[in-house]
Design a protein around this ligand. Structure first.
Ligand SMILES: [Zn+2]
Ligand SMILES: [Zn+2]
Length: 347
């Protein structure tokens, strides 16, 4: 039994319109799912605010949203691992499986990827959608649907911490305490980082970071972040520096903050040119490592949350009903002081 399938189409910049669309039939290897909670990702907010992807306007109407938990309603032919009633989360990278990158397990850089919510592929801001069963992960009974909707951004944080080789006793700096900065913080803490220094321009984000386990917070709108971080580390810097703000200003200071022989991990989307003194890196023999989304770690993310190692639900600052999706997206852009991670509860 299915109900109405309402979809929140982006019809213009910063504008949603609700439209009822047919409930799709799951094809071979697919699941029909009913979405329960769906997050607003930085990329969703960017598309909604600009109408652009990679500097070009994309076609409207369009559906955003890719971070969700859902319930399986119906399974298509040849689906054996799922049945109606299963609670799931979704890994949104639908890849070809046959290119050299997919075949070597690095499917996050598959050139043929379909990523729902990245134009031109419609996302999940609707009651019902079909997804490949291969991209669904069952949630354990002790995991909430709210936690389930946060597995995707957590996968980014885990991917960053892994790339930074964070382990017991390491010291880290996080430049940016938005949702991805916070999931990276939680991942670093779970992996044993002993000192986690966070810098952001917003005091409220710093308070959240401290609540989640940061050892130090620097409000970069009031203090010189570089001087302060060097002071806190006896002039040495930290083993790992994460750029999670997606800003060329913070990217530019990473070479000052990294310890000799350390690692810099680029996590945020830095779209503008960055002035960088590469010689500083060479003196220290430090490395820059970018990550692109995540791969092979959804099960780890689910187990870490279900096992109580990562209280991921704590990053949520507000939950809006689906009928208030317009307000939810507006707040995610205009009210960054008060809202960090927003979820939308579907009816
Ligand atoms: Zn996301
Ligand atoms: Zn591929």
């Amino acid at each position: 039994m299915t109900g109405k399938n309402n979809a929140a189409y982006m019809t213009a910049i910063r504008r949603f319109e609700m439209k009822e669309i047919p409930v799709p039939e799951p094809e071979k290897g697919e699941l029909l799912v009913k979405i329960k909670y769906i997050g607003i990702c930085g990329s969703d907010a960017h598309f909604w605010d600009s109408g652009m992807r990679k500097g070009k306007y994309f076609d409207l109407p369009f559906l955003l949203g890719h971070e969700f938990s859902a319930e399986v309603v119906k399974t298509g032919p040849d689906v054996k691992e799922f049945r109606p009633g299963d609670r799931i989360t979704f890994e949104p990278q639908i890849t070809c499986g046959v290119c050299e990158f997919c075949k070597s397990g690095r499917y996050n850089i598959c050139p043929n990827v379909i990523f729902p919510s990245v134009p031109p592929y419609d996302g999940a801001l609707r009651n019902y959608m079909t997804i490949p069963a291969a991209n669904a992960y069952k949630l354990p009974d002790n995991m909430s649907m709210i936690q389930g909707a946060l597995i995707e951004p957590l996968a980014v944080g885990l991917s960053a911490a892994e790339k930074g080789e964070v382990k017991l006793g390491k010291t880290v700096t996080l430049l940016g305490a938005g949702p991805i900065g916070l999931t990276t913080l939680l991942a670093c803490k779970a992996m044993g980082a002993s000192r986690i220094i966070v810098s952001d321009l917003q005091q409220s984000r710093g308070e959240m970071a401290l609540k989640l386990g940061a050892t130090d917070f620097i409000n970069a709108s009031e203090q010189d972040a570089v001087a302060e971080i060097l002071r806190l580390t006896d002039g040495k810097g930290t083993d790992v520096v994460f750029e999670t703000a997606g800003s060329s200003q913070t990217a530019a200071i990473t070479s000052d903050l990294v310890k000799r022989g350390g690692l810099i991990v680029l996590v945020g989307n830095i779209n503008t040119e960055t002035r960088y003194r590469f010689m500083d890196l060479m003196y220290k023999e430090a490395q820059i490592r970018p990550i692109y989304r995540y791969r092979n770690n959804f099960r780890m993310a689910i187990d870490a949350v279900a096992g109580g190692l990562i209280p991921i639900e704590q990053i949520v600052t507000r939950i809006y009903p689906f009928s208030e999706v317009q307000q939810a997206y507006t707040d995610s852009i205009e009210n960054q002081k008060d809202v960090i991670k927003i979820l939308i509860e579907m009816e």
